[in-house]
Design a protein around this ligand. Structure first.
Ligand SMILES: NC(=O)c1ccc[n+]([C@@H]2O[C@H](COP(=O)([O-])OP(=O)(O)OC[C@H]3O[C@@H](n4cnc5c(N)ncnc54)[C@H](OP(=O)(O)O)[C@@H]3O)[C@@H](O)[C@H]2O)c1
Length: 247
């Protein structure tokens, strides 16, 4: 219980889906949470905030587009102004790209760039904005949310898959550069989850075969907690982690 007591955590993209599930579970585990999404989903973010507040956890909502540098700086600044530090950063916000999902040859270049900015440049910018104060304390955990689309070349998952592959490599390089500092960087592939993104990607998919985002939170709690203090540069598969926990 309370694996995240006194941890200050920032979760991008928490107006729905996995981000909301993480905000609620982190709060349940004793953390303070900074939650974020863009203005277009302010109502969803407010609902997440309400559910976190109901757990008596300190919470700060910041509407910001993490693909934009000025927004990232404001988000990090507001988080540090309110809580004085951020111990855990979860780079969860993500763009799927156009739907129905097109082949690369049909993918508009601007849309490709938006996916890369949201899924790669944003985690880079957020990490850059928050890593200094983590280094100053010699502790911190950064968790990037990846996907199997980053490991397998699925047709029509081009922009998204390329971005997740890049995010996994960003994870490895940050981890190598930060080795020995106490700041660690890992990525998690949560597997298929029943969320708005999944439904947009596969409108005819069988949602009953997709897991609820709430079920994959244990691997994130583990990586955010001191129990994983020596773990860095790893790519976790949520389902594998859950299976090992059951054994
Ligand atoms: N669902 C799956 O099956 C699955 C599988 C593998 C990996 N993943 C990964 O899991 C993570 C969560 O996905 P999900 O399925 O929960 O997706 P989701 O339901 O679409 O939620 C995505 C969240 O990110 C926010 N967001 C998107 N672009 C943003 C931006 N530029 N700035 C700030 N917030 C932004 C969204 O809010 P707004 O758009 O309104 O801002 C929303 O809160 C993602 O990294 C995704 O790639 C999902």
């Amino acid at each position: 219980m309370f694996a995240l007591r006194d941890k200050i955590t920032l979760i991008s993209g928490a107006s729905r889906g996995l981000g909301r599930a993480l905000a609620i579970e982190f709060a349940r585990q004793g953390a303070s949470v900074i939650i974020n999404s863009r203005r277009t989903s302010a109502a969803g973010l407010a609902e997440t905030e309400q559910r976190v507040r109901a757990l008596n956890a300190p919470v700060l909502s910041v509407l910001a587009d993490v693909s934009q540098r000025a927004d990232v700086e404001r988000l990090a600044g507001e988080a540090l102004a309110r809580f004085g530090r951020v111990d855990v950063l979860v780079n969860n916000a993500s763009a799927l790209g156009p739907t129905p999902m097109p082949y690369l040859v049909d993918t508009p270049i601007e849309e490709f760039e938006v996916v890369l900015r949201t899924n790669v440049t944003a985690p880079f910018m957020l990490t850059r904005a928050l890593v200094g104060q983590m280094l100053a304390r010699g502790a911190g955990s950064i968790i990037n949310v990846s996907s199997d689309a980053g490991a397998v070349g699925y047709p029509t998952w081009g922009a998204y898959g390329v971005s997740k592959a890049a995010l996994d490599h960003l994870t490895r390089v940050w981890a190598a550069e930060l080795e020995g500092t106490g700041v660690r960087v890992n990525s998690v592939d949560p597997g298929d989850m029943d969320t708005a993104m999944k439904r947009a990607s596969e409108p005819d998919g069988n949602a009953s075969r997709w897991t609820k985002p709430e079920t994959v939170t244990p691997v994130f709690v583990y990586l955010a907690s001191d129990e994983s203090a020596r773990v860095s540069g790893q790519r976790f598969l949520a389902q594998q982690f859950l299976a090992a926990q059951r054994d």
